[in-house]
Design a protein around this ligand. Sequence first.
Ligand code: BEZ
Length: 396
Amino acid sequence: MTTRRLVLSRSAALVGAASSGLLLPQIARAQSSKIRVGLMLPYTGTFAQLGVAIENGFRMALDEQGGKLGGREIEFFKVDDESNPAKGVENASTLVQRDKVDVLVGTVHSGVQMGIQKVARDSGVLSLIPNAGAHAATRALCAPNVFRTSFTNAQPTLALGKPMMDKGLKKTVWITWKYAAGDEAFEGFRDGYTKAGGTIVKELSLPFPNVEFQALLTEIASLKPDAVACFFAGGGAAKFIRDYAAAGLKGKIPLYGSGFLTEGVLEAAGPAADGIVTTLHYSDSLDTPRNRAFRLAYAKHFKVQPDVYAVQGYDTGLLLAQGVAAVKGDIGNKPALYKALETTTIDSPRGKWKMSPQHNPVQDIYLRVVENKENKVVGVAAKALADPGTGCRMAG
Ligand code: BEZ
């Protein structure tokens, strides 16, 4: 009865508004207005190239849909988040409150992602994560409006320890940047490697985004482990690979890593990268028609080779396009939109994947080795790996 009264009184108000001419522009706006997409990515600093690759891939997927979402034009709003966690909330709020975006796409850095997560949870705006692997986003702080198209930080490294032990590398030094992504990549590595029987002899770290590796490389040389495993990415990863070789460690102590170590850096790292073994949810050399077609189209359009970041951006575009198509452009129909995002299959260059119940990809993890500036796939290190999503309570 209450509901009916409410409906009736709303109807009366609508009739009144329509007859006064107030409503018509609103209806017209809802049906024909542009979908507002906010891109919050790093365009400066050590992760700048990652932000550009994500945007390229994202736009490429939308261009393939005729540049529209569910039949509606798209308007873009952009913020350079500088991979600066201190400005995460402020930057995300700018896109949500000032620019009134319908969907927020970002970001790369796990610390910045925590700012976006707060704004997404407070505002309810649709949030698509095209890289940052911060566990909390799809674990304890998961939310119905937050979907990740990339990975959790522990996903790639969980599969790294077993192939190392298969090579008889029983004692390893771990090295990383000291922040959430490095710490969580370590968690995955530790769990997989120690389960396979390996021993981590030392954990080394330096603050993000420092690249003064010399003292730590000297310490590694004196520790004489069987292997080194690490998490670095972007410009810092290229420098770490070059410094590792320059310190005389290449060829003496095998270097392993979360696959980001060798993504988008192979030109810059040169021969110093040859032989590095990594695990990741993508590999340049995946020999499928889908991957070949994607790589060809991307290289033709952007005049650079794609990497995992471009793939994640592309998949974010596919996810959004498929979700908005399912609700015929009515992005305000949240239950139907979220249902579509939860159930759709992404036909990705990395292989087909779907969302876990906590909104993180369930995906294969590949074992790769660098040969002649390419991440060559050697095998599948983990099949259909899902993050456990520990602590996620999806409040409706
Ligand atoms: C992160 O901060 O979550 C991250 C950054 C670069 C590559 C992978 C993960």
